[in-house]
Design a protein around this ligand. Structure first.
Ligand SMILES: [Zn+2]
Length: 365
């Protein structure tokens, strides 16, 4: 587990087929004594006359006080500078791995050495995924101002003179996605650019930074649909990270949302259905979710399946309540409290409902 520190990676989520692992340091924070100071600081990070680095420092101060890091809005100039830096970084990737081809889409910088058909399919998949997540998370439509198609993340409302409405860009400025066909290239990439030694079971990683930069990396390991599934899983982690504020969702919810999205968008992949079958078998055997709701640093593979099925159940029952649940948890409300508030279910009742949905009676948390 990595500490939450400025300007370095704060979390890496991994799809590990052998030993699933997800780590995200919980923030420690002081009691907030002076809410007027906080309110003033929140106004300052929105004040675009203050240089970006100063606003970022204020946002980090808010994080120190509250445990939640608000995202620092960027002017168009700052946004374009970030994008310029991201493109320069991808060029470094390409210099090290000349087979990588890069394309810029509305929300992604995608680099891969995949053959043309897969390359195209991944591009389409990323766009579809962004649309599905925006719909599920209720990300608003905005109308980019003329000449600012790549512009800042300051929300712009529809205006008569502006262009076609698009989903607000949740990234700052784009999400970088790198996909390798070769194990050894992938391992070298991770070591060289992220100082990360990947295990043989690692199929993908989500690198998240406190200044809002997100890089997803994945590798092909023989089945393209399982690659696509891993890619969606990891990119969804990035999306969950960028949603509202930088504050970690509980492990089961974070992994459940990522696996739910992967299964929904890539139904041909075997990895998520396998975990869900394992979850049903485990519930039949133990009538328990193994305290999945309380896990902080590890879920067993079957619990990924149980978490995804729980997210599916909540989304089917009341999709708009699910958005409120995520936002309240991001704001720091206790998860079980929010479940009771929006779904009238505590953990045991939710576990019981999940069991019943699978035809198994008496499942406890
Ligand atoms: Zn994960």
């Amino acid at each position: 587990m990595k500490p939450f520190s400025r300007q370095i990676i704060i979390a890496v989520f991994a799809v590990l087929l052998l030993s699933p692992l997800a780590a995200f340091a919980q923030f420690g924070f002081e009691n907030v004594q002076n809410s007027s100071d906080l309110s003033e600081m929140r106004q300052q990070i929105e004040d675009m006359s203050i240089p970006y680095q100063e606003r970022l420092a204020i946002a980090n101060k808010i994080r120190d006080l509250t445990g939640r890091l608000p995202w620092t809005p960027m002017t168009s100039k700052e946004w374009n500078q970030r994008l310029y830096e991201q493109k320069a970084t991808v060029k470094q990737y390409q210099a090290a791995f000349p087979k990588l081809r890069c394309v810029e889409t509305q929300y992604f910088l995608f680099a891969s050495d995949a053959p043309p058909q897969m390359y195209k399919e991944i591009q389409i998949l990323l766009d579809r995924m962004y649309g599905v997540l925006c719909e599920k998370f209720n990300v608003p439509f905005i109308t980019p101002s003329e000449g600012q198609e790549n512009g800042s993340n300051v929300q712009r409302r529809k205006s008569a003179s502006a262009g076609k409405a698009v989903r607000q860009n949740i990234w700052q400025a784009k999400c970088v996605v790198v996909v390798f066909m070769n194990d050894s290239d992938y391992s070298q990439f991770e070591m060289r650019f992220f100082n990360q030694k990947v295990s043989s079971g690692t199929k993908g990683l989500c690198h998240q930074m406190v200044d809002g930069r997100v890089t997803i990396s994945c590798r092909f390991s023989g089945d393209k649909y399982n690659l696509y599934s891993s890619l969606v899983h990891e990119t969804t982690h990035g999306f969950s990270f960028m949603r509202r504020v930088a504050y970690p969702l509980p492990l089961w919810l974070n992994e459940g949302i990522s696996d739910w999205t992967a299964r929904t968008l890539v139904p041909q992949a075997t990895v998520c259905p396998t975990k869900q079958k394992q979850a049903v078998a485990a519930m039949q055997k133990t009538h328990s979710l193994g305290r999945m709701f309380h896990a902080t640093d590890h879920l067993d593979p079957w619990q990924y399946g149980a978490a995804a099925m729980t997210v599916n159940l909540l989304l089917k029952r009341n999709p708009s309540a699910f958005v409120h649940l995520i936002d309240d948890v991001k704001d720091g409300t206790d998860v079980e409290e929010t479940l009771i508030k929006y779904y009238k279910l505590n953990y045991d009742e939710l576990a019981n409902q999940l069991g019943r949905a699978c035809g198994i009676a008496g499942v406890k948390q």
